[in-house]
Design a protein around this ligand. Structure first.
Ligand SMILES: C[S@@+](CC[C@H](N)C(=O)[O-])C[C@H]1O[C@@H](n2cnc3c(N)ncnc32)[C@H](O)[C@@H]1O
Length: 233
């Protein structure tokens, strides 16, 4: 996923340009820190104080030059209009957040408004078209059958959350002025791996296979997650 984002940024902006990045639902700041290390100016929005504390702790371990490129705002991703001016970011990330938002259209419209013309919207969502894959590959046939007719699922934290359909999001992105430009599958082969699984010795080959499948039909269509990139017109 990080490589896909790098590819999108490299294909859209001049090399070395310091981009203004908004990371909505930044969590513990993994992407925010990576982009700040790459030289960009990053603002993270996060509603959970525990996550904000974790992000601040991670940031505290960075050199001053990187620390001063990251700003953390506590707030709801649906309220970006309260905190920032329209058009004030080159890149907006919203990764792993839509699952927790019952009505995502308003949030998406709000974050699209934050983009400057030509800006990149990067969304990481759970793939509603492939919800039967995880229970099916685990041999949970009843769970697989249930998963065909719903966009709801229970995540690994035990929370009941929701997935998104590529077709629905494609229409939404067109409607909010940031039409879909590219999309990738994420976790095509590795979705059933345990979160605490050891890093295998052939991790480079694993990543290469994932990367290839994530950009190749029909594999990307059954990925656990979809990475959608919209561009502000
Ligand atoms: C699965 S984590 C993803 C974190 C990070 N974006 C990443 O990709 O590593 C989802 C995060 O979104 C945050 N979140 C969920 N709904 C939100 C909302 N409406 N506004 C702001 N943050 C939200 C959660 O608190 C959590 O930290």
């Amino acid at each position: 996923m990080a490589r896909q984002l790098e590819e999108q940024i490299a294909g859209r902006f001049a090399v070395g340009r310091r981009l203004r990045v908004l990371d909505v639902g930044m969590g513990q700041g993994t992407q925010a820190l990576r982009l700040a290390r790459a030289g960009h100016q990053v603002t993270g929005v996060e509603q959970d104080p525990t996550m904000i504390a974790a992000a601040r702790e991670n940031l505290a371990g960075e050199p001053e030059g990187i620390r001063e490129r990251v700003r953390i705002v506590q707030g709801d991703g649906r309220d970006t209009g309260v905190h920032f001016l329209p058009g004030s970011f080159d890149v907006v990330l919203c990764h792993g957040v839509l699952m927790y938002v019952e009505e995502p259209d308003a949030l998406l419209a709000g974050v699209a408004r934050m983009l400057a013309p030509g800006g990149l919207l990067s969304l990481l969502v759970r793939n509603a078209e492939a919800l039967a894959m995880r229970p099916g590959l685990a041999g949970d046939w009843a769970g697989a059958l249930d998963a065909f007719d719903t966009v709801s699922y229970r995540n690994r934290l035990g929370l009941d959350v929701r997935a998104d359909r590529l077709g629905t999001l494609t229409a939404t992105l067109a409607g909010i002025g940031a039409p879909l430009h590219s999309w990738y599958g994420v976790r095509v082969f590795t979705d059933t791996a345990a979160d605490d699984a050891e890093v295998p010795s052939d991790v480079e080959a694993l990543l290469a296979a994932e990367e290839r499948a994530g950009r190749t039909d029909p594999y990307r269509s059954v990925a656990a997650l979809l990475h959608l990139c919209g561009v502000r017109g």
